[in-house]
Design a protein around this ligand. Structure first.
Ligand code: ARG
Length: 412
């Protein structure tokens, strides 16, 4: 009897060809698994192609809510972006897909799982490491890595083997989508000097088509997790989808960057992440109000470590659990509301409040009435604060660096 394999299946040309190839060339009984992270395309077409490819079945798992609750929101709590910009939508989805592949494999007694990731990217690493961590006994077949065929060859393969592909012109880009964002690479984008043609974008309006009037949206967080928009309590999927649409209407969330892949390649990427860009900003703003300087500083350092481990496919690790527990602990008082103005591609904070805010108006005020800050204490405090600099200037600096105007430009 044929061994069973679970294939991560989008239902497009490449994974349909992969399903056929795994069956015919590798002798597997192929079970297709389509994971819905908010990116479902033509499910009926996918089902038909799975059948035509001779797959034993196709399952669709709705993982949208788990994706946001267990993957995206913890990352949001940490203010994670890769290399300062990419909100990691694709990278956050992969460990969940790995987990669901393993669950399915266990359920049906499969001995292997398969994916169609390219051999030059990060996604193969995330899926392989994820599956390998959760189920070291399962074999992993990277169909594209092991059977690389070009687009026209794939079309010919499909035609020859009775797999129907739509006759529309295929996208010139490689894309990946989920609720947290859309990633686009390849084609003309491979030249980093080329301005992205407008057809790269799908979720965000060009600035000349965005509304003339701004939208102000009020976002409520509880313990660092977004829970309501404009006073209306919403589940994670509804909340993120609505913000994504709204932000997209205002042209928010376009990111054009060259990033460092784990496999050592620099690659030019276009992202559209309206909800992520808005929520990351709002969350950071609420932390300004509710965390101390030291907490914010350590969190910023940790955010970089956290981003790398997500990007590099190390989600299921103890290092991650330790970091996540620290971050979760910092979120206890990150509860409150942020008012954001969306307009012409920008997101601007225009107000914030929190139940356990550390902002004390009676200390900050420049008005006399109600002032709690005793300015007579300032003098002594400043004296002590400046003491080491004063001594060092007298004993060293004024001797080695007589021209203090050029202190920061010694080589001029
Ligand atoms: N560079 C991004 C990452 O590594 C996006 C990858 C996009 N994947 C794709 N199949 N087009 O997370």
């Amino acid at each position: 009897m044929a061994e069973k394999i679970v294939l991560a299946y989008s239902g497009g040309l490449d994974t349909s060809v992969a399903a056929h190839w795994l069956r015919v060339e590798r002798g597997y009984e192929v079970h297709c698994l389509t994971v819905d992270l908010g990116n479902l395309g033509d499910v009926e077409g996918a089902r038909r192609r799975a059948e035509e490819a001779g797959a034993a079945g196709m399952d669709v798992v709705d993982a949208k809510s788990d994706f946001l609750k267990y993957f995206v929101f913890p990352a949001l709590g940490a203010n994670v972006t890769y290399e300062g910009r990419y909100p990691l939508a694709t990278a956050l989805g992969r460990p969940l897909i790995a987990k669901l592949l393993v669950d399915k494999a266990r359920e049906i007694g499969a001995t292997a799982v398969a994916h169609g990731c390219t051999g030059k990217g990060n996604d193969q690493v995330r899926l392989d490491v994820g599956v390998g961590t959760l189920a070291p006994d399962l074999k992993i077949v990277g169909t594209t890595r092991e059977h690389s065929i070009a687009r026209d060859e794939a079309l010919a393969y499909a035609a020859k083997n009775g797999i129907s592909v739509r006759q529309t012109v295929a996208s010139p880009y490689s894309t990946d989508e989920n609720l947290w964002g859309r990633s686009v690479e390849a084609g003309i984008l491979e030249d980093p000097w080329q301005q992205p043609p407008e057809d790269v974008y799908d979720w965000t309006k060009p600035l000349d088509q965005t509304p003339a009037q701004p939208t102000v949206v009020e976002i409520r967080f509880e313990k660092g997790v977004p829970v309501a928009l404009d006073g209306e309590a919403l589940g994670p999927v509804e909340l993120v989808s609505r913000l994504s649409d709204l932000g997209g209407q205002h042209g928010i969330g376009r990111i054009d960057m060259v990033e460092n892949r784990l496999v050592g390649i620099k690659s030019r990427e276009i992202y559209e992440s309206p909800a992520a860009v808005i929520l990351l900003e709002a969350h950071r703003v609420l932390e300004e109000l509710t965390l101390t300087k030291q907490q914010v500083r350590l969190k910023n350092i940790i955010a970089q470590e956290y981003a790398d481990l997500i990007y590099n496919g190390l989600w299921f690790t103890a290092h991650h659990r330790d970091i996540a527990q620290y971050v979760a602990s910092t979120q206890r008082h990150v509860t409150g509301d942020v008012k954001m103005r969306l307009w012409h591609g920008t997101v601007m904070t225009v107000g914030r409040r929190a139940e356990a805010s550390l902002y004390e108006a009676a200390l900050a005020t420049y008005n006399k009435a109600g002032d709690l800050f005793d300015q007579s204490h300032a003098q002594g405090f400043i004296k002590l604060h400046g003491l080491p600099a004063q001594i060092q200037a007298q004993r060293q600096m004024l001797i080695d660096t007589p021209d203090l105007l050029r202190l920061a430009a010694p080589e001029e």
